[in-house]
Design a protein around this ligand. Sequence first.
Ligand SMILES: CC(C)(COP(=O)(O)OP(=O)(O)OC[C@H]1O[C@@H](n2cnc3c(N)ncnc32)[C@H](O)[C@@H]1OP(=O)(O)O)[C@@H](O)C(=O)NCCC(=O)NCCS
Length: 409
Amino acid sequence: MNLPIRPISEAEWPAFVAVLEEAFASTFHPVQVERFKALTPFNRTLAAFDGDLPVGVTAIFDFDMTLPGGARLPVAGVTAVGVLPSHRRRGILNGLMRKQLNDIKEHGESIAVLYASEAGIYGRFGYGRAADSVFYRIPRHGSAFVKNAPTDPSLRLRTALPAQARAEFEQVFDAISGSRPGIYTRSPARWDSLLADEEFDRGDDGRLRCMLAEDDGGVRGYALFKIKRSFTDHDVFDGEVRLIELFAVDPAAYAALWRSVLDRDLCSRVYAWNRPVDDPITHLLAEPRHLNAGTLDELWARVVDLPAALVARAYAAPAEVVIEIAEDDVCPWNEGRWRLATAKGTCERTEDEPDLTLPIQVLGAAYFGGRPLTTYADAGLVTEHRPGALLELSTAMAWDPKPWAGLVF
Ligand SMILES: CC(C)(COP(=O)(O)OP(=O)(O)OC[C@H]1O[C@@H](n2cnc3c(N)ncnc32)[C@H](O)[C@@H]1OP(=O)(O)O)[C@@H](O)C(=O)NCCC(=O)NCCS
């Protein structure tokens, strides 16, 4: 479908939101629409128009994302992707994604990232599954910690209203945000949206709650959560703590905050739905089977400007390899052979024979350090031409801790 695609004007904002309300079967409160507007740069929206009407939309949030090694890179956070049900499967998403990736290149970002509503959508546009998240449902009766779990008598827990603890949340978040690839900077509007707690934000889980861990020197961590109040058939309290996020600057504060939600009176379990795959809680539970863990794809990443992206991150070991991207029809400027020399910090076009041939999606998946290239070779998706090159690049690109963005955008 060959419809004109362009950014929307402010006057077209209600029609842009109307597409998303239909596409996601959502009903937004006007206040939520205003919050979303505060987050959205209009010049980075796109809509496909059928006459005067937007029928397919997308937008970009710009923020800085932590890379392996701790540098923060400006990235394009792709969001608000939707096509009206009346216009689906006619190529509108395809047109939007291609135009958007061209715009991102022109804007100077070398990486695009997104959260996908369905994992099958974005591979065709060159995105790779770069990070996973884990969800747990931990029953209170199975939540005992190992005997040597850290404790610190100087730590105190404090209940507060989240809106009044925002400065402390920001302080903890700023302290940890450089430590894990994938975590991205939060604008004031992003914090507003995370801490939004009007009646219409609450759903069935009641109001937003928090616990702070602190000592005489100040805050050391926080847990942000809701509590779904419920009862068994015999009228026994059976509440569920629904953990939204938990960050701490040290292991004792981390353990104390987890204990505070696991031991919450009148609650039978903690449901934590977006945790990193290497979450230390997995080592603290004496019986980790009670984590009842499951995994989902989290962040998707797309290499938009290959040499710029590859020199921006740090590597876990030195590597010098010629990478071949045989085909990238969405971002054809990435095609060809590239010599990455991590010790020199260079990535340059070359005509030399390739050491490895890999799809652009696999490079995106490996970019933040969470996906060993070796496993893609086992799947037959990466071809090694020089023996040893696969392990060399796979080892160099792997990173600890594992990537995780932590907050859906
Ligand atoms: C997902 C959505 C944006 C697709 O829009 P669309 O205009 O129908 O997509 P297109 O016609 O451009 O399809 C492009 C390609 O993607 C495929 N595709 C589209 N939606 C897909 C899906 N949900 N799962 C897998 N493949 C999908 C199409 O089959 C087509 O494949 P092809 O290139 O092999 O022919 C639209 O269905 C939608 O708005 N869904 C609900 C909201 C949503 O999930 N948005 C994504 C948020 S991350």
